[in-house]
Design a binder for this molecule. Structure first.
Ligand SMILES: Nc1nc2c(ncn2[C@@H]2O[C@H](COP(=O)(O)OP(=O)(O)OP(=O)(O)O)[C@@H](O)[C@H]2O)c(=O)[nH]1
Ligand SMILES: [Mg+2]
Length: 351
């Protein structure tokens, strides 16, 4: 396959990628390792039976704490150390906020990374006592997502959302979910990750939860979109350093997400294969058909397409326990393309 670069350009680019990758890899790994050392605190606030425990179980994909049908199972502040350094702080409403617990409670909220404020769509939504709790929480920590749970058992959900948004000054996301049916749990999960990302704390949480595929897709599309902004066709010279850094960043994060460490050498050679080698220019028109989200990225050019192909190939390999090497990545890409040319679906499309 013709990559469109002259032999001399290829040699220059390889050298530039090696140098840029050396530096980028060390920086990315240092940043990731720093993230992994930090604690993540997620507060769950809401009346008894609002569905706090059921929702968390859904988000992480396994049983975290006892989900009781008995009202009032959670009776006091209860930081569950979940996994690694992730803590869920389970609180039953704040009706007793004037009691001796209040100072400790507020202290917790101040330290919290994400506050999930639960409302029961099938109950009295945003009652006076809930509003009072909300004001208290809001004063301590504005990183709040309002979770409107049990929408499977409620009517006029849109109206409830509009009301809660209005009563909270349109400052917070109100996310309607059902932890019974699973509806919109992915939206809530993404919102949590988005909030953690702003604090550079999303990687540990993303790695800990069971559902990794949608996180990987977001990272891949994000990196590809940024790559697209670098230049339509990456040229030897100024384009190579930022493009290499982006791809190394994506590779190291995917490796961390799937808990399959990648060596600097392998990462470097994979980037060379992608940029200089056979993931080159000719994939441009084909990639649009191949991967979810490719349409917008491919419009931005070869750099974006190449990054997308790289990301999806590596993700595919990790999900199937295939070793991530320059050869395996290039082969996977070829397989994808052949399948697509024969009109077959890609694995990701079959869901
Ligand atoms: N219909 C419906 N029921 C739900 C939903 N989520 C939870 N429930 C039920 O509501 C009850 C309480 O759920 P939990 O997850 O224990 O609620 P909690 O907020 O953790 O309750 P406490 O720990 O007692 O404060 C259980 O019987 C759940 O099965 C939902 O989305 N829809
Ligand atoms: Mg509970």
């Amino acid at each position: 396959m013709e990559s469109g670069y002259t032999q001399a350009q290829k040699e220059t680019m390889k050298q530039q990628i090696r140098e840029a990758a050396d530096q980028a890899f060390d920086q990315e790994m240092a940043a990731i390792n720093a993230q992994l050392k930090e604690k993540i605190l997620i507060a769950l606030i809401g009346d008894v039976n609002a569905g706090k425990s059921s929702t968390i179980n859904r988000i992480v994909g396994e049983e975290v704490a006892g989900v009781g049908a008995e009202p009032g199972e959670t009776t006091k502040i209860h930081p569950h150390p979940y996994k690694d350094k992730i803590f869920f702080i389970d609180t039953p409403g704040l009706n007793d906020v004037n009691t001796e617990n209040s100072a400790a409670t507020l202290d917790y909220f101040r330290k919290t990374d994400v506050v999930l404020f639960f409302l029961n769509a099938a109950g009295t939504v945003f009652s006076e006592s809930e509003q009072k709790s909300f004001r208290i929480v809001e004063s301590a920590n504005p990183n709040i997502l309002i979770v409107l749970n049990k929408i499977d058992a409620a009517d006029e959900v849109d109206r409830l959302i509009a009301r809660v948004r209005k009563e909270t000054g349109h400052k917070y996301d109100v996310i309607p979910i059902s932890s019974r049916t699973g509806e919109n749990i992915d939206t809530l999960r993404d919102a949590i990750l988005e909030m953690l990302k702003k604090k550079s704390k999303d990687i540990l949480f993303a790695r800990t939860i069971k559902e990794k595929s949608s996180t990987a897709n977001k990272w891949i599309i994000g990196a590809a979109t940024s790559a697209g902004a670098i230049g339509a066709v990456p040229l030897p010279g100024a384009d190579i350093v930022p493009l290499t850094a982006l791809q190394i960043g994506l590779l190291t994060r995917l490796a961390t997400l799937y808990e399959r460490p990648i060596s600097k050498e392998a990462a470097k050679e994979i980037v060379i294969t992608a940029i200089v080698g056979n993931l080159g220019k000719t994939i441009f028109s084909q990639i649009v058909k191949m991967f979810p989200g490719a349409g917008t990225v491919a419009a931005a050019g070869v750099a974006g397409s190449v990054t997308l192909a790289l990301g999806y190939s590596v993700k595919y390999a990790y999900e199937r326990g295939i070793d991530v090497t320059p050869d395996s990545v290039a082969n996977l890409y070829k397989t994808f393309r052949e399948r697509k040319n024969k009109g077959e679906k890609l694995p990701g499309e079959e869901e």
